[in-house]
Design a protein around this ligand. Structure first.
Ligand SMILES: C[S@@+](CC[C@H](N)C(=O)[O-])C[C@H]1O[C@@H](n2cnc3c(N)ncnc32)[C@H](O)[C@@H]1O
Length: 251
């Protein structure tokens, strides 16, 4: 392990159940496997740096700023005082959202398919918050995760097609009593061009391709799976190469 583990650092667990309701029906697990390879091997160090205070290129600096803004917007959809609330940080990455949720009093379940990122997230959590966050590596749809008051999924559904996102939201909505706040890549001209280029030239490093979505098509996909709740687009954040659309499913 590349990190010395202080004795009081939370020890990440590993989910046994990887099976998801989408399994076998569509491409969820295929996309998830690509995402895992990318974040757990190819891009771990890049992601670790981007999510820290370490100097980065000017382009990455704009991405960092955009992500900070998006995180704040997503958090603003939740009550200020989160004491007593059980919240899923679905695809927690290096744990920035989890730490903020815990600082507001929530009991956080921080899950990510990349064990390396979960290790980084656990190592970074401020000491005083360690009792409030359970770190797990595995699929955000695992049955073992239980029920939640709120779910946040920042930029963790951006690689999945609309049918997979709809099934994932349906699964999560049936375990959640408040809202699910998540992001998608919007269908802007820039992102559509990048997406088409990615389709034409599949990447050799097997990095996952972001799929842009229109809110109306997502809404239709949700209706098709009879997901509970009401879908509303929230704000869009554009900062350099970071373009992300926040959405909310109110249950
Ligand atoms: C772009 S990163 C965002 C991380 C974090 N939410 C943030 O905003 O800093 C996407 C994350 O989603 C995770 N992810 C994607 N699909 C997942 C799945 N099915 N289950 C758990 N984690 C997943 C990836 O491993 C990666 O860490």
């Amino acid at each position: 392990m590349p990190y010395g583990r202080p004795t009081d650092m939370p020890v990440p667990g590993r989910l046994r159940d990887l099976a998801t309701p989408a399994e076998g029906v569509c491409g969820w697990s295929r996309t998830r496997d690509r995402v895992e390879t990318y974040f757990d091997k190819t891009a771990t160090r890049t992601w670790e740096r981007l999510t820290s205070d370490a100097p980065v290129s000017r382009i990455r600096e704009t991405v960092r700023r955009g992500r900070d803004e998006m995180r704040a917007q997503m958090l603003s959809r939740l009550p200020d005082d989160l004491r007593g609330a059980r919240i899923l940080d679905a695809g927690c990455g290096a744990g920035q959202m989890s730490a903020e949720l815990a600082a507001r009093g929530a009991d956080v379940v921080a899950v990510d398919i990349s064990p390396s990122l979960v290790e980084i997230a656990a190592a970074r959590l401020p000491q005083g918050l360690s009792g409030q966050v359970q770190f797990l590596s595995g699929d955000m749809l695992s049955h073992d995760l239980g029920r939640f008051d709120h779910v946040l999924a920042m930029d963790s559904l951006i690689y999945y097609d609309r049918h997979d996102i709809a099934r994932a939201l349906d699964t999560l909505a049936r375990r959640t009593q408040g809202n699910i706040v998540f992001t998608v890549a919007p269908r802007t001209p820039l992102l559509m061009t990048m997406w088409r280029a990615g389709q034409l030239f599949p990447r050799a490093d097997r990095s996952p391709t972001m799929i842009p979505h229109a809110p109306a098509a997502l809404q239709k996909a949700l209706q098709r799976v009879e997901a509970p709740g009401r879908l509303n687009p929230l704000n869009r954040v554009t900062s350099g190469f970071y373009i992300s659309q926040a959405m909310e499913l109110s249950i």
